[in-house]
Structure formats: structure tokens, C-alpha cells
Design a binder for this molecule. Structure first.
Ligand code: SF4
Ligand code: MG
Length: 338
């Protein structure tokens, strides 16, 4: 393994990124898996002084088959809902060993990786609890493929409205089984844990944005959280060669706003910032929905409904992607008593 060159905190193009791969060839994810690409960029951004903790999920099952692994970093498996306690325990052990002089006093990154089931559902209370441990340094990365993909594409609370999964098929009696709206995890983590200094959304199709966000999260200190949206050809139903295109469309249609909250300051980033400034026009959500067979049963009216919800987020929310209070309902008025 070559020695990593010290890089500036953030980069402007791919050539400025670390060239060494710490999540390398040899994994067994599906062709076109964007979660694998997320791990590649995250590992590059973190560099060699990093311990990765992976909860049960696609990125555990496919990357650590017996006697093979694509990780060129120390990696620990934790059970499905165990990411929060595993990262706090590891970060606390590192801190104690440094204080006792048994480890050199240098930054060791601790990154907990969990999928939407392991992070937003089964492991939510642990992740939330971990984010209150402000004296330890770690990043929790939630890779969201909008289903429990490695156990046959089951529905999670992160599955979007209308999507087909093995738990939400479309039938003659009930055409749309998943009728609830997806949870807004990054917003929950930011608003509910105001002492956390860095929370962001990202995706593999915008690697510079993702890379820079990982570096910021790791350097700022304390607990941090990043939520990535990861197109999954197997679960979403499209040709694997279009993974990046589908990811880009999620941002360009406004379905997936890219943002960061750094030391309490909210900022839309990359394409989402250009949409908010008026430089880019949001594409219709139809361009994203009609590319995936998980939405093949949706009617034009269903798509209009999704469009209206996305429009509402951009045009009426106090902060697009973050605070769903509407501008028409000023907070002091809403709480006034007679
Ligand atoms: Fe990746 Fe989806 Fe395949 Fe899992 S099922 S390895 S998330 S493409
Ligand atoms: Mg998942």
C-alpha cells in the first residue's frame, strides 16, 4: 500500500482526491451497486488511519465473504442494530488508549456504516443515543438503498411512496401497498441532536460533494452523520449501467436535496444549491420515476401526487429538505393561545 499524500481539506476535482484505494476490487455486490461506490469514496476520503464498523446489511454480506474482503482498512462487523454502541465503544477505547499513552496521539477515524434497515429502523435508538456522546469522534454513514436489499428487497421506513418491494407488491385489491412517505433521517438527526457539528446528505453520483462531506465530518470532531441515497439496480429495477444517471436524476428532480449542516449552519450544496438559486430548473419527477420498474404500476395521477409533495418541499417548507413547517404558518402564530 502506498503512503497517502496529505491533501487539502476539500477538493475541487477527482484528480485532487487520494489515489489509493482502501475499498478495493474483490467485493461481491451486484453490478452497478451505488452503495459500493459510496464506500469507495468514503474510504478514499478517510484514508489509512481509519477503523470501519459495518452492521449487517448488503455492505456486510457482499464485502466480507469468508476469506475475502475488499476492505484495505481494519473492519469490524456488528449486528444489525448495533452501529451506535459499536462506534461509541470503539471511539471511547481509542480515546482511553491515547490518554494512557498506549497509542500515539493522532486522529484515528471511526466510521460506522449501516443500511436503512440497520440505521433508520432497527438501529435508530442506538444511532440517536450515539449522537449524544459528544466527547467521542466518529462518523455514522447510513447507506440508503430504500429497502432491506440483501434479504430480498423488503420494505423499510425508507422505502419511498408507491415502490414495489417483496413486502409491498401491487395487487388487484390494493394497488399501492407502500402509501406512507419516507422518513427524513438527516433532518431528524440534525434537528434532534443540535450538538452534532456536522450532518449531511450525499450520493455516489456526485463524488466530489460526497468526498468533501466525509472529510469535513471526520475533521470537525465529535459525532457526525451522513445519509447517502444509493440507487440499487436489483431492488429498483433498471439496467446497472444507469446507476449514476438515476442518482443524478434524484437530485435534479429535487427528490433528493443535497445539503450540509456545519456547526448549525444549513447550506444546500452542489446541484441542489444551483436549483435553489434559480440557475437550474428542477426536472419533473416523472423522469426519475418512469426509469424504474419498482414504480411501473404507478398511474399519472400517482406521479402528480409525488410531484406535488416534492414541489411542496421546495416551495413551501421553511427550509427545503429540512424543516417541513410551511412558510404560510409562522411558528409564533401557530403557538399563540387565546
Ligand atoms: Fe448493492 Fe442493491 Fe445489490 Fe445490495 S442488492 S449489493 S445494494 S445493488
Ligand atoms: Mg437497505
Amino acid at each position: 500500500m502506498t503512503v497517502q499524500i496529505r491533501l487539502a481539506r476539500t477538493v475541487k476535482d477527482l484528480l485532487q482526491m487520494a489515489q489509493t484505494e482502501y475499498f478495493d476490487a474483490g467485493h461481491r455486490t451486484c453490478q452497478g451497486c451505488e452503495s459500493a461506490m459510496v464506500l469507495r469514496w468514503v474510504a478514499k476520503a478517510a484514508g489509512p488511519n481509519t477503523i470501519v464498523i459495518g452492521a449487517t446489511g448488503c455492505m456486510y454480506v457482499a464485502n466480507t465473504t469468508y476469506y475475502t474482503t475488499s476492505w484495505a482498512l481494519p473492519w469490524i462487523h456488528t449486528q444489525l442494530s448495533g452501529t451506535g454502541s459499536a462506534v461509541v465503544g470503539t471511539a471511547a477505547a481509542i480515546k482511553a488508549l491515547i490518554e494512557k499513552g498506549r497509542l500515539p496521539n493522532e486522529r484515528i477515524n471511526v466510521i460506522g456504516i449501516c443500511g436503512d434497515l440497520g440505521c433508520a429502523d432497527a438501529g435508530l435508538s442506538e444511532v440517536s443515543n450515539a449522537l449524544t456522546h459528544t466527547k467521542y469522534n466518529f462518523l455514522i454513514l447510513m447507506y440508503d438503498n430504500e429497502s432491506s436489499a440483501n434479504t430480498d428487497i423488503q420494505e423499510t421506513t425508507m422505502t419511498p411512496f408507491g415502490a414495489l418491494t417483496s413486502f409491498s407488491p401491487s395487487g388487484r385489491q390494493v394497488r399501492i401497498m407502500k402509501y406512507r412517505w419516507k422518513k427524513n433521517m438527516a433532518a431528524m438527526m440534525a434537528v434532534g441532536h443540535p450538538e452534532v457539528k456536522y450532518v449531511a446528505t450525499a450520493l455516489a453520483a456526485d463524488p466530489i460533494d460526497l468526498y468533501n462531506k466525509v472529510r469535513k465530518a471526520l475533521e470537525i470532531g465529535g459525532p457526525t452523520f451522513i445519509h447517502t441515497l444509493d440507487p440499487c439496480p436489483k431492488g429498483w429495477g433498471y439496467d446497472p449501467k444507469y446507476s449514476h444517471e438515476i442518482g443524478k436524476l434524484a437530485v435534479e428532480t429535487g427528490i433528493w436535496p443535497l445539503f450540509e449542516i456545519e456547526n448549525g449552519k444549513f447550506r444546500l450544496t452542489s446541484t441542489s444549491a444551483r436549483i435553489a438559486s434559480g440557475e437550474l430548473k428542477r426536472k419533473p419527477v416523472r423522469e426519475y420515476i418512469r426509469r424504474q420498474t419498482r414504480f411501473k404500476h404507478l398511474t399519472d395521477k400517482d406521479i402528480e401526487y409525488i410531484q406535488s409533495k416534492v414541489d411542496e418541499m421546495w416551495e413551501k417548507w421553511l427550509i427545503p429538505g429540512l424543516i417541513p413547517l410551511t412558510k404560510e404558518l409562522p411558528y409564533p402564530e401557530a403557538t399563540k393561545t387565546e
